[in-house]
Design a protein around this ligand. Structure first.
Ligand code: FPP
Length: 251
């Protein structure tokens, strides 16, 4: 097989936080005449590959959309298979996650996750809480609208107790109460599988993110593809609502 070229990227200008919507596992399996769950299994190998590559590169935060709040509506056997894969991933990768000093956190409604997987994940989160080389955020049972409602309820409760004046509610306070409070906003959001939509992922946080859409199905997404997405990100001109001249002055 010819060696694939790895696009050149500038190690000094990496996205601080990459978010990935890992789409296309089901279609990947279908093209191979396999069950959808086999696509998810192949998808978890891609997870491993991409986490390793991000850690090696020095990307400090990586968020993976592993299971959405809406995915609970999928057939029972598929939900079960995804939970089993997650449990397997935690067990198999535990040592490497520790060795590579990766902090794992979870975004979403953990209480909906089956108790055995939940406990395993909570143990991993606890064991890795002081790790510093990279943060791996697993968006699991996660929905961005649900997350925003969670913040509204939390702040409203505080207000009703007289502990919060509505005028104190600003962007910083909202960000500090999201599941992602310990993460910077994503700089780059990658979606595989050919669709161009955000599907309830990091809606608040992605206000100024750059988007990269890949036609590759997630199990086929390679380290070269990741480099390609980062190279494309590095060509973008991010203005955050300002003019080019203003941005040049700041840099
Ligand atoms: C979307 O593909 C993918 C998911 C709903 C689950 C993602 C899960 C994994 C990659 C594996 C396990 C995760 C970890 C962190 C170990 P789809 O099923 O919607 O694909 P389709 O659009 O082709 O049907």
């Amino acid at each position: 097989m010819p060696k694939r070229r790895r696009p050149k990227i500038d190690g000094e200008r990496l996205p601080n936080h990459i978010g990935i919507i890992m789409d296309g596992n089901g279609r990947w399996a279908k093209t191979k005449g396999m069950a959808r769950t086999e696509g998810h299994r192949a998808g978890s190998l891609a997870v491993r590959r991409v986490v390793r590559a991000c850690r090696r590169l020095g990307v400090s935060h990586l968020t993976l959309f592993a299971f959405s709040a809406q995915n609970w509506g999928r057939p029972e056997y598929e939900v079960q298979a995804l939970m089993n894969l997650l449990a397997e991933f935690i067990a198999n990768e535990w040592q490497e996650i520790m060795d590579k000093d990766i902090r794992v956190i979870q975004l979403g409604e953990l209480r909906r996750v089956p108790v055995d997987v939940r406990k395993q994940l909570q143990e991993l989160i606890k064991a890795t809480r002081t790790n510093r080389s990279m943060t791996l955020a697993l968006a699991l049972s996660y929905g961005a609208r649900e997350e925003i409602i969670h913040v509204i309820r939390k702040l409203t409760r505080r207000g009703m107790k007289g502990k919060l004046n509505p005028l104190e509610i600003d962007q910083e306070l909202v960000s500090d109460n999201l599941y992602t409070s310990s993460l910077p906003d994503p700089d780059l959001i990658i979606r595989t599988g050919g669709e161009k939509r955000i599907s309830n992922f990091l809606l608040w946080q992605s206000a100024y993110a750059e988007f990269f859409f890949s036609k590759k199905l997630w199990p086929d997404f390679s380290v070269e593809d990741l480099y390609g997405a980062i190279a494309e990100f590095q060509k973008r001109n991010r203005r955050f609502g300002l003019t080019d001249e203003q941005v040049d002055q700041v840099q």
